[in-house]
Design a protein around this ligand. Structure first.
Ligand code: ZN
Length: 175
């Protein structure tokens, strides 16, 4: 399987109101993959991280003629809970807005462009690497130490026995 590459001319993409959707695997994101693998080394469990990443990238012009890109990422990752070291699902739904411009962050401030807070800058590029951008965003969104939201199953049943709801009654009945 060869790694996918998605390169766009970002200004042309916006001018044509283009839209690009697709799906990536960890194979396409070696840096993200390496990061998850590093966590997996903490355990002796047979475990290999996996992920499905759906993306939706669209270009449009803003009301002031700005070139805007919006990106939605839906990641379903199987990673390792850093508390119980068992596999856990991690679902990330992320949305980003970019303004394609050769302006700097300072220019944005002085020009007081609307919603500047919610919009990240991306330099104008005829060869913008879309997968690298998505991978960067995912790596930044990834929790440093993902843990099960609720109590970890293996820690709840540490005794290894199924809790018997009648056990308490039994001990009460005993003479
Ligand atoms: Zn856990």
């Amino acid at each position: 399987m060869t790694k996918q590459t998605i390169i766009i001319d970002n200004l042309a993409f916006v001018k044509r109101n283009e839209r690009l959707t697709g799906e990536l695997s960890l194979h396409d994101c070696p840096r993200l993959s390496a990061l998850l693998d590093a966590d997996a080394k903490n355990t002796s469990n047979k475990y290999s991280p996996s992920a499905t990443l759906k993306f939706d990238l669209s270009g449009k012009q803003g009301v002031h003629g700005q070139a805007l890109l919006s990106l939605s990422l839906q990641a379903n990752i199987t990673c390792l809970c850093q508390r119980c070291l068992k596999e856990m699902p991690l679902i990330l739904a992320l949305n980003f807005n970019y303004s394609i411009s050769d302006m700097t962050e300072d220019d944005l401030m002085t020009n007081a462009i609307d919603e500047a807070d919610d919009i990240d800058l991306q330099p104008i590029s005829p060869h913008m690497d879309v997968i690298a951008l998505m991978e960067d965003e995912l790596i930044m969104a990834l929790p440093i130490a993902p843990i099960h939201e609720q109590a970890c199953a293996s820690l709840v049943n540490q005794s290894g026995e199924k809790p018997n709801p009648f056990a308490v009654l039994k001990s009460l009945i005993k003479p």
